[in-house]
Design a binder for this molecule. Structure first.
Ligand SMILES: [Zn+2]
Ligand SMILES: [Zn+2]
Length: 281
């Protein structure tokens, strides 16, 4: 059986995420521990931290995953934004540690046109600083991106360069986003394309570094660089594509988180059930 879940809200109190995950039929779940569209974060109360830990344990949901807010950019050439981004990452790592969350997902960011190598170097030294400052054991998962202009992480080579350059390789892993890989030009929708992608992934990153999958279909075509998620099976990767993906030993063994749209077509529960069905057929 695959372990599948979705992103859920922490509205009200962070421990409320667990009941929402259970309602949707999750085996695993993901949250933003802070406002995803802001820099500020309210301090977690002792009682909600305790409730979160108890609820996770009693629910059997595993793993609990957090995602970084969107504003921090650890590849930016702008010193002020950079400093703030490093501080935010350290803070988010500490919050995960308090909540007992083993994985924090981060996008490698954008060099804003100043060049890939400098962006990767800044990302590495920023994550090194934040990991040293926060301590703990939460692992930072580098998410592959859709490869939009100036962004880092659209190729496995970018991710591999970060893993290789880090002073804390044991604290770094990878989150593989199916929509982003497809949009960036890895044609995981076909038999041959999936095999080639897996081969490239194993060669440049190594399967053992991949800890999580963001299981999303894509609105855009392969190579479109369009970061627009679609319901599982209803996008350009399609049902047949996902059936194949979900039958590879690598993806079957990993926790799968759906970040599918919130609209009238399908609910989170439907997408989760859809992934389970496709993995079984
Ligand atoms: Zn993401
Ligand atoms: Zn996305």
């Amino acid at each position: 059986m695959v372990r599948v879940g979705c992103h859920v809200s922490i509205a009200g109190s962070v421990d409320r995420a667990i009941e929402r995950a259970i309602e949707r039929g999750c085996d695993t779940f993901q949250i933003f521990s802070s406002n995803p569209r802001g820099w500020k974060s309210r301090e977690l109360k002792t009682a909600e931290i305790a409730a979160f830990r108890t609820n996770v344990q009693e629910s059997g949901l595993d793993p609990a995953v957090a995602h970084m807010p969107y504003l921090p950019n650890l590849a930016t050439p702008k010193p002020e934004v950079y400093q703030r981004s490093v501080e935010t990452l350290a803070r988010e790592l500490s919050r995960c540690q308090l909540l007992g969350i083993p994985y924090l997902v981060i996008h490698p960011g954008s060099h804003l046109g100043e060049g890939r190598d400098g962006g990767i170097a800044r990302f590495i030294s920023g994550t090194d600083r934040a990991l040293a400052e926060a301590g703990g054991t939460t692992m930072l998962l580098l998410e592959n991106t859709a490869g939009t202009a100036h962004s880092i992480g659209g190729t496995f080579g970018d991710i591999a360069a970060i893993l290789t350059g880090s002073n804390h390789p044991d604290r770094l892993g990878v989150c593989f986003d199916t929509c982003h890989a497809f949009a960036a030009g890895y044609d995981i929708a076909t038999d041959a394309g999936l095999a080639a992608t897996l081969e490239a992934l194993e060669a440049s990153i190594g399967y053992d570094r991949v800890r999580l999958v963001h299981c999303n279909d894509a609105k855009g075509a392969c190579g479109s660089r369009l970061d627009r998620h679609e319901h599982i099976g209803l996008g350009a990767i399609g049902e047949e594509g996902f059936r194949r993906i979900l039958h590879t030993p690598l993806f079957r063994a990993l926790p799968l988180i759906c970040e599918t749209p919130a609209d009238a077509h399908r609910s989170d529960a439907d997408n989760i059930r859809g992934v389970r069905d496709l993995a079984q057929e």
